[in-house]
Design a protein around this ligand. Structure first.
Ligand SMILES: NC(=O)C1=CN([C@@H]2O[C@H](COP(=O)(O)OP(=O)(O)OC[C@H]3O[C@@H](n4cnc5c(N)ncnc54)[C@H](O)[C@@H]3O)[C@@H](O)[C@H]2O)C=CC1
Ligand SMILES: O=C(O)[C@@H]1CCC=N1
Length: 308
C-alpha cells in the first residue's frame, strides 16, 4: 500500500506530492493506529474533522475521501497536514483510507451508505470502529452491509461541530464494546456535547439537533428580511440579524441557561418585545416549529423504510 500522508501545495504547485506516513496502518506493537478516516468529506464530515483539529487532533492522523480532485485539494489546503484522496483520481480511495484506520466515519448521503460500507468491508480490521453520521440509516442496515461482528456506532451530529459546539449523538451497535464506545465518545467530544441515545430516539433527536442549525439560520434569514421590510439597509439588517442570533446563542451556551428566562429578561411588560412575541403566539409559531420537527422525523422514518 502506498503511503497515505500527502499534502497539497496548489498555490505553488498544483501537483500532489507524497511524503512518508507518520504511522503505518498498524503500529509496530500490533495495536491499531490513531488514524481516523472520513469517508465522504462533505458538509457534515468536514465539520467534525474541523472540530477534531480545533480540539488538538494531529492532522497526520486524519485521512479524508471525496469524489472530486478539486474538493480534495480544497480540504488539504484548509486543513494542512491531513491526507485527502479523490475518487476521480484514485478509485480505491475509500479502501485505502479505511485500511489501517482505527476509526472510520461514513459521511455520504443515506442512499450511498450501504454501498460504501460494502466497498470498504474487506479493508477494515475487525477492531475498526465504523461510525455512520447518516440520517435514517439504521444500525441493522449498517451491520448488514459490513463484515459480521464489525463494531458500529450510529451517530447524529450537527454542523456547529466545526467550532467544537456541536451536539453529537451516539448509539452503539450490537458488536460495539463499552471500551470502543468510550473511545468513539472521547474522539467525538472535540466536536461538541456527546449524548448517548437509544436508536428509537435518533429520528427525534435528528429533527431537533441534526436539522436544528438550519432552523436557527432560517430565523436569522427571516429577521434580516423583516428588517429590510421595516426600511433598514439590507447589509445592516443582515449584520443585525447575524450578530443577534449569534449573541443569543452565546447566552444560551452559558452553563444552566434557560431559554424561557432569557426571553423574559428581554420582554418588558407592555413593551415592544411583548407585542412581537404575542404576535408570534397568535400566529402559532411554536406549533409551526413542532410541525416542522415532526415532518423531519417522519421523513427520516420514510427514508429508513425506503432503504430496507
Ligand atoms: N449536513 C448536515 O448538517 C448533517 C448531515 N448529516 C448526514 O451526513 C451525511 C452527509 O451529508 P452532507 O455532509 O450534508 O452531504 P454532502 O453532500 O455535503 O457530503 C457528502 C460528501 O460525500 C462525497 N461522496 C459521495 N459519495 C462518495 C464516495 N463513494 N466516496 C467518497 N466520497 C463520496 C461527496 O462528494 C460529498 O463531498 C448524510 O448522510 C446526512 O444525513 C447528519 C447530520 C447533519
Ligand atoms: O437534512 C438532512 O437530511 C441532514 C440530516 C440532519 C441534518 N441534515
Amino acid at each position: 500500500m502506498r503511503d497515505l500522508q500527502r499534502t497539497w501545495e496548489p498555490a505553488v504547485n498544483p501537483v500532489r506530492r507524497f511524503v512518508s506516513a507518520a504511522r503505518g496502518p498498524n503500529c509496530n506493537d500490533g495495536s491499531m493506529s490513531n488514524r481516523i478516516a472520513f469517508l465522504g468529506c462533505g458538509s457534515m464530515n468536514e465539520a467534525i474533522l474541523g472540530g477534531l483539529l480545533e480540539g488538538g487532533a494531529d492532522p497526520s492522523d486524519i485521512v479524508a475521501t471525496v469524489r472530486r480532485a478539486e474538493r480534495a485539494a480544497e480540504l488539504a489546503v484548509r486543513y494542512h497536514g491531513i491526507t485527502a484522496i479523490a475518487g476521480e483520481e484514485e478509485p480505491d480511495n475509500n479502501k485505502q483510507a479505511a485500511k489501517g484506520s482505527a476509526v472510520v466515519i461514513l459521511g455520504v448521503k443515506p442512499l450511498g451508505i450501504a454501498d460504501l460500507a460494502r466497498e470498504i468491508g474487506g479493508s477494515l480490521s475487525p477492531q475498526t470502529i465504523v461510525i455512520s453520521v447518516a440520517a435514517a440509516v439504521s444500525l441493522a442496515q449498517l451491520e448488514g452491509a459490513l463484515p459480521p461482528g464489525q463494531p458500529v456506532i450510529r451517530s447524529m451530529p450537527n454542523t456547529p461541530a466545526k467550532l467544537g459546539r456541536g451536539v453529537v449523538s451516539v448509539t452503539p451497535g450490537s458488536h460495539c464494546t463499552p471500551e470502543q464506545l468510550q473511545k468513539a465518545k472521547s474522539i467525538l467530544k472535540s466536536a461538541g456535547t456527546v449524548v448517548e441515545v437509544p436508536e428509537d430516539q435518533v429520528d427525534a433527536l435528528s429533527a431537533i439537533s441534526g436539522s436544528g442549525p438550519a432552523y436557527a439560520f432560517y430565523l436569522a434569514e427571516a429577521m434580516a428580511s423583516a428588517g429590510v421590510e421595516l426600511g433598514l439597509d439590507p447589509e445592516l439588517s443582515l449584520l443585525l440579524a447575524r450578530e443577534t442570533v449569534a449573541g443569543a446563542g452565546f447566552m444560551l451556551a452559558e452553563p444552566g441557561a434557560d431559554p424561557s428566562a432569557l426571553r423574559k429578561a428581554v420582554t418588558s411588560p407592555n413593551g415592544t418585545t411583548e407585542r412581537a412575541i404575542a404576535t408570534f403566539d397568535d400566529r402559532g409559531i411554536p406549533s409551526i416549529i413542532a410541525a416542522g420537527a415532526r415532518a423531519a422525523a417522519e421523513r427520516a422514518a420514510e427514508i429508513t423504510r425506503q432503504l430496507s
